[in-house]
Design a protein around this ligand. Sequence first.
Ligand SMILES: Nc1nc2c(c(=O)[nH]1)N[C@H]1C(S)=C(S)[C@@H](COP(=O)(O)O)O[C@H]1N2
Ligand SMILES: [Mo]
Length: 397
Amino acid sequence: MVRNAGPRVNRLLTWLNQPLPPPPERLRRGPLRTGPPTSPLRSTRLTAQLGLALGLTFAVCFLTGLFSHFLQHPPGWLSWPSRPAGLYRVTQGLHVATGLATVPLLGAKLWSVYPRLFEWPPLRSIAHAAERAAIAALVAAALFQVVSGVLNVARLYTPMPFFFTTGHYWVAWLAIGAMLVHVGVKLPLLRSTTPDSPGRRQFLATIGAAAGVITIATIGQTVRPLAAVSVLAPRRPGTGPQGLPVNRTAAAAGVRDAALDPAYRLTVTGFGRTVELSRADLEALPQHTAVLPIACVEGWSSTGVWSGPRLRDLLAHLGADLTGCEAEVESLQAGGRYRTSIVAGAHLHDDLTLLALRLGGEPLALDHGFPARLIAPNRPGVQQTKWVARIDVRRAR
Ligand SMILES: Nc1nc2c(c(=O)[nH]1)N[C@H]1C(S)=C(S)[C@@H](COP(=O)(O)O)O[C@H]1N2
Ligand SMILES: [Mo]
């Protein structure tokens, strides 16, 4: 077997590299004949250095994105720590910031290589066709990630005929896989000795400045001291009712009447028992204060001073041992993707996990989840359920 492998591999390589017949000459029109307008700025070195920067932003985006995905869809075997309390705020802020800084880098990189689209003949051999197909997949996946991410931050869902989270997650694997192959093939070019382009440094400085401007114009959505200069940030810390931005209002969620109804009761169930508590009952429990951010997956975050009973004290009403349990927190909302969330593991027992009744010392604003909302450390905003109506405790799967 092994002895025969050499000749076989050679035969395969010969087959892959045999010249393909050129396509008919009449297809060779426009830029396929003349090539696109050229620029002396392009060079292998420029393309390689842009590639290095993109490799870095992609890696940070991919890892922080995986973290966000697994916090939101925890596999059964994995239990996330609830501390550091602000960890998710940092990782998701980085995810969105590096994603946005990718926009000018990717644009410059594509500009630096696009004349190759007009190579003739377009496919020289099967090996050449495979290489071009791999690059096409990488470009498509990278553009998809950047465009869908920006649309999500801008909350423009109409152009996306798929569920953003699922599409963005699976295409991330495609992008990172294609990128690793591409890096493997092109790594030697980083040390390339081909002639450099004269304006490379200035061009890189301009692209770097563009990335810097985008970062400063948006990072204030999570870094409060920069909020004033972040003119492109869709949400800013410190704004909105009680100094906190609102993601979905009570009116949009269709819960206004139910939330303001004096007959409101929180239902806590589990282990065959059910307890009903009015807002006055909740206020009579020992109150605790937690300084915690809402850290939205869209990249904005803002700290609040929350107070209310601890979730674990509330569940103690069921009179059962909570070890190995999870709680499903349900809102008054009739539908919608974020009407429920699960609290499990360290989060269930954490001192800072509250059923908040107050924000900044005042009763919660209706849009922040009155009469009661969940707030827990190191957790994405989508899981900080507002307008809580019911908590179901059960053994974790
Ligand atoms: N019931 C319910 N709770 C919810 C949501 C929702 O749509 N319905 N949105 C979530 C999202 S995506 C975020 S970022 C936070 C925002 O909380 P805030 O509006 O109080 O800032 O609430 C979360 N809680
Ligand atoms: Mo969110």
